[in-house]
Design a protein around this ligand. Structure first.
Ligand SMILES: C[C@@H](C(=O)O)C(=O)SCCNC(=O)CCNC(=O)[C@H](O)C(C)(C)COP(=O)(O)OP(=O)(O)OC[C@H]1O[C@@H](n2cnc3c(N)ncnc32)[C@H](O)[C@@H]1OP(=O)(O)O
Ligand SMILES: [Co+2]
Length: 134
């Protein structure tokens, strides 16, 4: 598999609009439009940061992964996403190596990316998202 770069860092927040104020008004980052990703039960906003981005995620449901994360840990970094050249190939290789995957097949990611998560127990405690953008 080929990792191209850190695509984004996912930050779990309780209130997206409120959190965006800090990142845009204080840090001066520019927010791209928000998007609801139903399958992940999140509303997200991306803030480009040089060659990578920050992804702010607010839960759209009390039983979604972001709501559960915040309940357990409070707001903060929830995942790191690596851009890969070919996600199908990356997943096949990780599976072959016995790595614990959350998603064996790519799912829909914000902006039309193909994404899949690797379990934090396999990565020394980091929820890892693989992302391929065409
Ligand atoms: C829109 C999209 C995009 O970018 O395009 C996104 O990013 S969507 C981003 C939101 N979507 C997702 O996160 C989908 C993938 N996530 C999941 O399936 C889930 O959140 C899991 C990661 C499997 C965790 O599930 P759940 O909370 O039910 O399990 P759990 O609390 O029993 O956790 C099992 C163990 O993993 C650890 N753990 C849980 N979440 C973690 C996280 N975010 N980072 C690091 N460790 C984590 C727990 O502390 C626990 O360890 P101990 O056993 O040692 O206590
Ligand atoms: Co993400």
């Amino acid at each position: 598999m080929k990792v191209l770069k850190v695509d984004h860092i996912g930050i779990a927040v309780s209130n997206l609009e409120e959190s965006l104020k800090f990142y845009t008004e204080v840090l001066g980052l520019k927010a791209e439009g928000t998007e609801v990703v139903e399958e992940q039960k999140v509303k997200v906003a991306f803030l480009p940061c040089g060659d990578s981005e920050l992804e702010l995620l607010e839960s759209t449901s009390p039983d979604g992964p972001i709501a559960k994360f915040i309940e357990k840990n409070g707001e903060g970094i929830q995942h790191i996403a690596l851009r890969v050249e070919n996600i199908e190939e990356a997943l096949a290789e990780l599976k072959e190596k016995g790595v614990r995957l959350i998603d064996e097949k790519p799912r829909y990611g914000a902006g039309g990316a193909s994404i899949a998560f690797v379990h934090p127990k396999a990565t020394k405690g980091v929820l890892l998202e693989l992302s391929e953008r065409k």
